[in-house]
Every structure is written in structure tokens, then in C-alpha cells.
Design a protein around this ligand. Structure first.
Ligand code: URA
Length: 246
């Protein structure tokens, strides 16, 4: 972790302006790919290990890593929908490929677009806290979005954009095959469930996506605007814990 960040930061010091952000995004993605190879059993390069064995995520299944890399490579340079025209970086997703828990958000915002990583802005900081609250480190879960490119002004993705991008999300989830999925916000919940019901009707009970238990909860950005809903979100997270324990 620390090593990758250090490399990215040094690049930002050396290379001015937007190029540094773009390069930092590529390096971040490369770091995750190399981490995937490392934990998938490919060991023929120099690698800085985590500070302690406890910090290391469980080894990923090489096959899952390969599948994710395949999906990611199909998205390289994607121009399938209009969202490509405004992106700095495509945000594929990150985390442990063998995670028992996958979080699905709506789509990258400003910070995510800049860095090429999901949930790294203000909402991401809250998501990090939510993940910690249920006993995981961010690196131990998998985090991705319905659409991989930032919608202009962070608008909700249009139905045709969601329809174009969601097959890649579905393949990501199928590759990881988690025990539980947590949909963050109405876009993710509706996309996974294939309906257009309000989040108030979708949360509060266990749903299923292709046989995998799915908990729908409020989006962290909404929780930042409406902190009084945090208690309800915590109930949803407790359900996630319960499902993971069964
Ligand atoms: N909101 C999302 O839905 N996804 C992100 O990655 C960041 C903010």
C-alpha cells in the first residue's frame, strides 16, 4: 500500500499539472494489478511486502484475478457510451478479488475520476469508516461502481449508460463471487435488482442478486447530507455482518 502511494506522490512532484494525476491513476491501477499477480502466486519480480503478515489480504484466487484483468482490459480506452468523453481515468474498481463482500456505488465523482480509484473523495472517507465499523479494512473488501466513467457534474447515470456499463459490473461480481453484496444508493440497488423502486422500499430486507444476498443501503454521499439517516444505514450494515456470519 504505502509503497504505491509513495511512487505516485513522487511522480506528482516531478510531473506538473494534469499529467501527474493521470499518471498517478495509472500507477494506482498498476499497483493493484501487480498485487493481484503477487497474491495470485506469480512471484518473479521485486516486491515490497506489507509491513506485517497480518496486514496482508488473503491470497487471491489466480483465476479470479485473471478474470478481473480480462474485464479491465476490455474496458481499456472504452468509448461505448457518451461518458467516455469527459473522463480523466476510467475507474474499474479495487480491493480483494477474493473478498466475501462487494460494495457497489453509482459512478466516479471528481476525485475518483482524477485518481482512477473508487470512493476516494468525501463520500469515500465515510465509506472507509463504514467498512471499518463492520470489522474490515478497505483492502479486504472489493469496491466498484455501476458506471466506470464520471457522469458530467456528478449527475445520475442515464439508463442507456447504465445498460451499457452494467454487464461489466455483473461480470466483476460473478468473478469475485462474494458472500454478500452491499448496494450503496438507489442507482446501484435498482441496477442490481432490475427495477425502479425507491431506496426506502429496497433497503431494510435481504434482497438477492443471482442468488447472492444483497443489502441495499443509503449512499455515503446522501449520509453526508442527511446524517440523521446514519442510524438506518447502520442497521443495514449490521444485516451485512449477520449474513457474513451465517
Ligand atoms: N460515489 C460513487 O457512487 N462512487 C464513487 O466511486 C464515488 C462516489
Amino acid at each position: 500500500m504505502g509503497q504505491g502511494r509513495a511512487v505516485a506522490c513522487r511522480c506528482e512532484e516531478l510531473i506538473p499539472d494534469d499529467m501527474a494525476h493521470e499518471l498517478a491513476g495509472y500507477l494506482e491501477r498498476l499497483r493493484w494489478i501487480l498485487w493481484g499477480y503477487k497474491t495470485g502466486g506469480i512471484r518473479d519480480w521485486e516486491y515490497s511486502p506489507p509491513k506485517s503478515e497480518e496486514e496482508a489480504p488473503a491470497p487471491m484466487a489466480a483465476q479470479t484475478v485473471e478474470r478481473l484483468l480480462q474485464i479491465s482490459s476490455e474496458l481499456t480506452g472504452c468509448t461505448r457510451c457518451r461518458l467516455h468523453s469527459g473522463r480523466t481515468n476510467l475507474v474499474f474498481g479495487e480491493g480483494s478479488a477474493e473478498s466475501s463482500l462487494v460494495f457497489v456505488g453509482e459512478g466516479p465523482g471528481f476525485d475518483e475520476d482524477r485518481q482512477g480509484r473508487p470512493f476516494v473523495g468525501r463520500a469515500g472517507k465515510l465509506l472507509d469508516k463504514m467498512i471499518l465499523a463492520i470489522g474490515f479494512d478497505r483492502e479486504e473488501v472489493y469496491i466498484c461502481n455501476v458506471v466506470k466513467c464520471r457522469p458530467p457534474e456528478n449527475r445520475t447515470p442515464h439508463p442507456d449508460e447504465t445498460a451499457t456499463c452494467s454487464p461489466f459490473l455483473f461480470r466483476q461480481i460473478e468473478a469475485i463471487s462474494p458472500r454478500v453484496i452491499c448496494a450503496l444508493g438507489v442507482s446501484a440497488a435498482q441496477t442490481l435488482l432490475g427495477n425502479s423502486r425507491p431506496i426506502s422500499q429496497l433497503r431494510g430486507k435481504v434482497q438477492f442478486w443471482r442468488g447472492i444476498p444483497l443489502i441495499c443501503t443509503y449512499h455515503p454521499a446522501y449520509l453526508l447530507r442527511s446524517p440523521s439517516q446514519k442510524a438506518a444505514a447502520w442497521q443495514d450494515l449490521k444485516e451485512v455482518i449477520k449474513l457474513l456470519r451465517t
